[in-house]
Design a protein around this ligand. Structure first.
Ligand code: ADP
Ligand code: ASP
Ligand code: MG
Length: 289
């Protein structure tokens, strides 16, 4: 089997038409690759706000229009022929339902939040002329809405049956199927986790996490301005860093990669030639953060 690469692109990489073009350019540098995508930047927060407004019986139409227009602008600028209206009609109906009964169950909220990734994956797949796969078909969890616990055995079977790693395919991050057959999400920032779950199921040779910084820094760049990129970290060190709050990697992410000993690279979509941070099973005894 050739080298299978799973590459996750975060919301920062899916921010606007220009950055999505950049993502497509990175993907097109490979003969085949499995891409896992987040929602476009800010979209999950917008969906949460829409749900809150509908639940409170407030006017959500204006914010809804903003969300639609944001995506229509991206599609126009990318010059792709993509009709997202079935998704938006579905989303509108869901919001109408919430505002009618003034109730939002955890399950309905998760369904609401999945629209971001389901839409962004369609956009990227269209641009690449490739297939988008809804992770509802691939990743199986329990009924713990908003933070689904994954059934790895069932998931691995589904991924192996459905994903062809020798093509270019796009998978929705963050999204899974609950035990009772509804949409469920894997927790905020969960697309990193999706990437690791898919990489683990495919026994990938590498998991790439593409974001907006040159790698894992020895401190949060928003707090300390001269933060330095860490070239290499062990799984243990990376796990500790993310556990203690480095937002760059979702804390659970590392686990499926560790279990299969899959190296993880943190890379910058906006500076793709930078070496990034390599996380692998290599104990280095040094204090890095
Ligand atoms: P994405 O949308 O790609 O998932 P995130 O916003 O989740 O991106 O994570 C990337 C951000 O994490 C960076 O822009 C940076 O501001 C922040 N960050 C916090 N701590 C660290 C750290 N130690 N190293 C790198 N980035 C960090
Ligand atoms: N879109 C989701 C979030 O904002 C998941 C992710 O981006 O990783 O939390
Ligand atoms: Mg993230």
């Amino acid at each position: 089997m050739k080298n299978i690469v799973v590459a996750k692109f975060g919301g920062t990489s899916m921010g606007n038409a220009q950055s999505i073009r950049q993502v497509a350019e990175i993907i097109n540098g490979y003969d085949f690759i499995v891409a896992v995508v987040s929602a476009t930047s800010g979209t999950t927060d917008q969906l949460i706000e829409l749900g809150e407004k509908a639940l409170a019986g407030e006017n959500w139409e204006e914010s809804f229009r903003e969300l639609v227009e944001k995506h229509e602008k991206i599609i126009k600028e990318l010059e792709i022929d993509l009709d997202l209206s079935p998704y938006f009609e579905n989303l509108r109906k869901l919001l109408q339902g919430i505002s009618l009964i003034l109730e939002l169950s955890l399950s309905a909220k998760d369904r609401l939040l999945t629209f971001g990734e389901r839409i962004s994956s369609q956009i990227l797949a269209k641009l690449l002329n490739s297939e988008a796969i809804d992770a509802y078909e691939l990743i199986f969890a329990d009924n713990n809405y908003s933070e689904g616990n994954v059934d790895f055995e069932k998931t691995e079977k589904a991924v192996l049956a459905r994903v062809n790693p020798t093509e270019k395919q796009v998978i929705t991050g963050f999204v899974a199927q609950s035990e009772e057959g509804h949409y469920i999400t894997l927790g905020r920032g969960g697309s990193d986790y999706t990437g690791a779950i898919v990489a683990s199921a495919l026994n990938a040779s590498e998991l790439q996490i593409w974001t907006d910084v040159d790698g894992i820094l020895n401190t949060d760049p928003r707090i300390v301005s001269d933060a330095k990129v860490l070239k290499q970290l062990s799984f243990l060190e990376a796990g500790e860093l993310t556990y203690f709050g480095a937002k760059v990697l979702h804390p659970k992410t590392i686990k499926p990669a560790v279990a299969k000993n899959i190296p993880v690279k943190i890379l910058n979509t906006f500076n793709p030639s930078a070496p990034g941070t390599l996380i692998k099973n290599d104990e280095e005894v040094s204090i890095k953060s």
